[in-house]
Ligand binder design. Sequence first.
Ligand SMILES: Nc1ncnc2c1ncn2[C@@H]1O[C@H](COP(=O)(O)OP(=O)(O)OP(=O)(O)O)[C@@H](O)[C@H]1O
Ligand SMILES: [Mg+2]
Length: 348
Amino acid sequence: MATVGLTDVRKTFGRTEVIHGIDLEIADGEFIVIVGPSGCGKSTLLRMVAGLETVSAGEVRIGERRVNEVEPMDRDIAMVFQNYALYPHMSVFDNMAYGLRIAGRPKAEIAERVRAAARMLQLEEYLDRRPRQLSGGQRQRVAMGRAIVRKPAVFLFDEPLSNLDAKLRVQMRLEIKALQRELGVTALYVTHDQVEAMTLADRMVVMNEGRAEQVGAPLEVYARPATMFVAGFIGSPPMNFLAPADLNGAAAPALLAALPPGTAAIGIRPEHLELVPADRAVLSGSARYTEALGAETLIHLARPEGQTLTMRIAGSPEGIAPDAPLHLAAAPATIRAFDREGRAIVPT
Ligand SMILES: Nc1ncnc2c1ncn2[C@@H]1O[C@H](COP(=O)(O)OP(=O)(O)OP(=O)(O)O)[C@@H](O)[C@H]1O
Ligand SMILES: [Mg+2]
């Protein structure tokens, strides 16, 4: 087990800098999720920690040791990739044993470690099979097993679940979290899936165009996004954004007066919009269409100004007629204010 430290880490490909200086201190045993849209630099950052990419500037530490110049195999890390990268011609046992054999561990120890990992991952009855004779979820487990047997100080995951169907993803997500807890190994996990990030992370790093926009516990990031980018990326459906001038209900003047100076945009989560009598409304809209999901309903509202808003209510959409005018408000404490650069104005 180990801490991981990044100090002003940068990556340049040719003349293009794609990682613009990341600082991050990861505690021993912590589960960190790096989340962001495609191309924002998640894999590049992870690969620099793994040693698969050189670090153009800054420092990467594992434990107390600077590892910028240390070979991947000497960094005491294990990486699980999206495509699992299993050896097709080797049995499950041999796939899991491979790294230990390369490291020259004694045969008995290898057998013991592989069996222990297989037990943990419920792979014992598949040890003689080839990868192609396994389901996607089982292959995923073998890739996990191969990482576990090495007893690394740090696990690195790059979108390890994206090849699985939705149901299996949820199951494997829970298994990865449970395993990481049980083993107490520090983990860095890359995904573009904000649900994975929310559910797995002790802290998440929301990346955008090579920068860490916000680092924090999932619920803290959800409740207090530092920027409009984070507010729009974390949460599904995303936060609604409006200009102050869009507030047009009877109660709008009071709300406008309470907004902090410099407010260029306000953000309201779909679950914070509520139906109110006309005299308390800050906004109006009409239900364009509804998505009843059973436990909750998403109501997509059309506004006179042409934008759409999303509202989330518990239960079914009874009493909400299509195209009927609706009066909306949100508790002031739930409304986020952003400045012209899209940064949250705190406190709001
Ligand atoms: N070897 C390379 N040479 C040049 N540019 C690269 C190289 N590898 C990555 N890049 C660029 O660096 C940026 C970050 O890429 P990276 O693979 O880290 O993104 P990502 O966040 O992992 O995206 P995805 O979610 O699609 O996997 C992209 O603009 C990409 O085109
Ligand atoms: Mg990637």
